[in-house]
Design a protein around this ligand. Structure first.
Ligand code: GLO
Ligand code: MG
Length: 345
């Protein structure tokens, strides 16, 4: 069995700290330094928002975008890194305040699609064909403010426009049930893949599952992953953790729900995810109040815990598992899992 898991994160995962009620607690780190840290910390790829790679994409032509992205690709390659994906960051532009693809204003919907095409130009320059759609503001705070029947048609039209713009590009939808909106339109991977099945080319639309997003939907992240894996549609993951229904914590992987983390690793192992060549993305953030100097530990701890859990999955007593299942003795199976995780004899 290979141990060759490949890891990635995005520039937003090394960030300035603050909570909504307090001052920044850490200085920002320049992009060039983040790239070096990426390699030093044992990661193989970086993930990008379009404007992480090329600032102000709206002001540039497709050729300019691709050229600028090629320069970023050279910086990555100098460190032996690849770009995993590009995500159009619609949610930070004032135009997209009420959603982009599902905005009521047709001019905004047009802008959102054009901006997504620019993200595709950037992906081309970076040398990746994977686009991630985190549908941040594609939902509502007030249900009556949009017609949800139309919203789903608009989402499909936007996906089809991207597939049409570039025949190579593949789209992974990253579902999330809430935050920043109250209700998001694509809350789970089931919704994402149902939409994908209706796209002009369903073979080029899949999903990215984030642990915390499944937890926020009250679902088991490993079952969400299994659903996508069974359809050949898990094209990336955002492993992290979430301590129940609170703010969007992006905690280090396994730090709140160790057993659930074990089960995510177990399902990835059972599916041979490492062999698929897909990345283990860690969408984790340093604790809001963590001071500078110790603010990279969320990445290294998450990676270390993931690899430790791979070992735990591989060394679990399969015979005992089969015996417990055959005997329908689930108390024994559960205790065996916990004893294994805790190193009890
Ligand atoms: C926020 C999302 C966000 C996306 C990223 C890539 O909750 O998880 O971090 O993963 O913007 O699209
Ligand atoms: Mg994410």
């Amino acid at each position: 069995m290979t141990t060759a898991y490949r890891f990635s994160f995005g520039p937003w995962n090394i960030h300035t700290g603050a909570d909504p009620f307090g001052p920044e607690v850490r200085p920002a780190i320049a992009f060039g330094r983040k790239v070096k840290l990426c390699r030093e910390l044992g990661f193989q790829a970086m993930q990008f928002h379009d404007d992480d790679a090329v600032p102000e994409p709206e002001k540039k032509t497709p050729a300019q975008l691709e050229k600028a992205a090629v320069e970023v690709r050279k910086i990555l390659e100098a460190e032996g890194l690849a770009a995993e994906f590009v995500a159009p960051r619609l949610w930070e532009n004032p135009l997209g305040i009420d959603g982009g693809y599902t905005a009521n204003d047709p001019a905004v919907r047009h802008w959102a699609i054009e901006r997504s095409k620019k993200a595709i130009d950037i992906a081309r320059g970076l040398g990746t064909k994977l686009m991630v759609l985190w549908l941040a503001r594609e939902g509502t705070y007030i249900r009556e403010s949009k017609n949800a029947l139309d919203s789903h048609k608009y989402l499909l039209a936007a996906i089809n426009a991207m597939l049409e713009y570039d025949k190579e590009i593949e789209i992974a939808i990253e579902p999330k049930p809430n935050e920043p909106t109250d209700h998001a339109y694509i809350p789970t991977i089931g919704h994402a893949l149902a939409l994908a099945s209706q796209a002009a080319d369903p073979s080029r639309v899949g999903g990215l599952i984030e642990t915390a997003h499944a937890l926020l939907a009250g679902l088991d992240p490993s079952d969400e992953m299994a659903f996508a894996l069974s359809l050949g549609k898990l094209w990336s993951v955002h492993l992290n953790d979430q301590n129940g229904l609170k703010f969007d914590e992006d905690k280090s992987f396994g730090m709140a729900n160790l057993r659930a983390a074990y089960n995510q690793v177990r399902i990835l192992e059972l599916a041979g995810y490492a062999e698929s060549g897909r990345y283990i993305g860690l969408d984790v953030k340093a604790l809001r109040t963590q001071k500078a100097g110790a603010d990279l530990r969320h990445l290294t701890n998450s990676r270390q815990l993931f690899l430790a859990l791979v070992e735990k999955v591989r060394t679990f007593d399969r015979k005992l598992e089969q015996q417990c299942v055959a005997d329908r003795d689930y108390e024994a199976l559960e205790m065996a899992v916990i004893a294994h995780l805790m190193g009890l004899k």
